[in-house]
Design a protein around this ligand. Structure first.
Ligand code: IPE
Ligand code: IPE
Ligand code: MG
Length: 261
């Protein structure tokens, strides 16, 4: 996607010592960046605050990530907000998160208009509390005609559940005679994933230092480059997005081929 270079330079003015916009090759920007937004709880605990304060602070980082991604010209930004395993958390934390998703989305809708961002959800949003689901559906409807960046938020998302669902959908089509078993190939699976139609992420960012996927995009991340930072999600800024892209641009992506000489 195109970007406005003047606007981008103004946005990335006042650089810290270790990174600035000129470190980035603007002709080699990833199309799709995905983020595992981890460490809200640790961020809060380190400050003597309750965990939910970390989730609230994390909203500001997400807003900045959306804004910087639009400026940098990504086609897609995706972010893991709530996993199928996160229902195991204390009910109070789950309730707070569901409430926060709904209120934040309502509050941030003007940003999606302003930035021409189209919203999408990854995961089973039908299983969310009614209010949250209603707001999500409203967000989908109201941004459906936007033509800029896609912002895909993974909520009640688990990669194994996604793959089991794709298998179920394939089986239903075979059973109904719409598809033959020997026609089932990678494209037929891809079409039935929540990410259908989106390019695979070139870059995955995980905050808070854990070196694991936590059931996130197992299919889509097959050849994705990983960038893990020890910073907690509420501390992730527009500059960290540049640091991640700089790291990505330093990688030699081979896709199973030979090392370039
Ligand atoms: C990420 O932060 C947000 C969600 C999973 C909803 P955490 O809540 O996992 O924070 P830590 O990992 O416990 O610090
Ligand atoms: C991954 O973080 C899920 C989200 C960021 C939504 P978790 O905090 O749930 O992952 P684990 O438990 O450390 O693997
Ligand atoms: Mg965590």
């Amino acid at each position: 996607m195109e970007f406005d270079e003047g606007e981008l330079r103004a946005y990335y003015d006042d650089a810290p010592d270790d990174i600035c916009l000129s470190d980035i090759d603007l002709t080699n920007i990833p199309r799709h960046v995905s983020m595992i937004m981890d460490g809200n709880g640790r961020w809060a605990t380190e400050r003597g605050l309750a965990r939910h304060e970390g989730h609230i602070a994390g909203v500001d980082s997400l807003r900045e990530a959306v804004t910087s991604s639009v400026r940098l010209g990504f086609d897609v930004l995706s972010a893991y907000a709530f996993s199928t395993e996160n229902w195991k958390r204390p009910q109070q934390e789950v309730d707070l998160l569901m409430h926060l998703f709904a209120t934040t989305l309502l509050k941030e809708l003007p940003l999606f208009y302003q930035e021409n961002v189209r919203l999408r959800f990854l995961g089973d949003i039908t299983a969310l509390p009614e209010k949250t689901r209603e707001v999500f559906e409203e967000g989908l409807e109201k941004t459906a005609a936007h033509t800029g960046m896609v912002f895909a938020l993974a909520v009640n998302y688990g990669s194994r559940a996604e793959l089991a669902r794709a298998a179920r959908l394939v089986a239903q089509d075979v059973e109904a005679g719409r598809l033959k078993a020997d026609e089932v190939d990678e494209d037929e699976i891809e079409k039935r994933l929540y990410t259908s139609g989106l390019p695979d992420p070139e870059l995955l960012v995980r905050t808070s230092g854990e070196l694991r996927l936590s059931n996130y995009l197992l299919w889509q991340l097959a050849y994705t480059e990983f960038y893990v930072t020890s910073k907690h999600w509420p501390d992730f800024s527009r500059w960290d997005m540049l640091r991640a892209i700089r790291a990505y641009q330093g990688r030699d992506r081979r896709f199973g081929g030979v090392v370039a000489s």
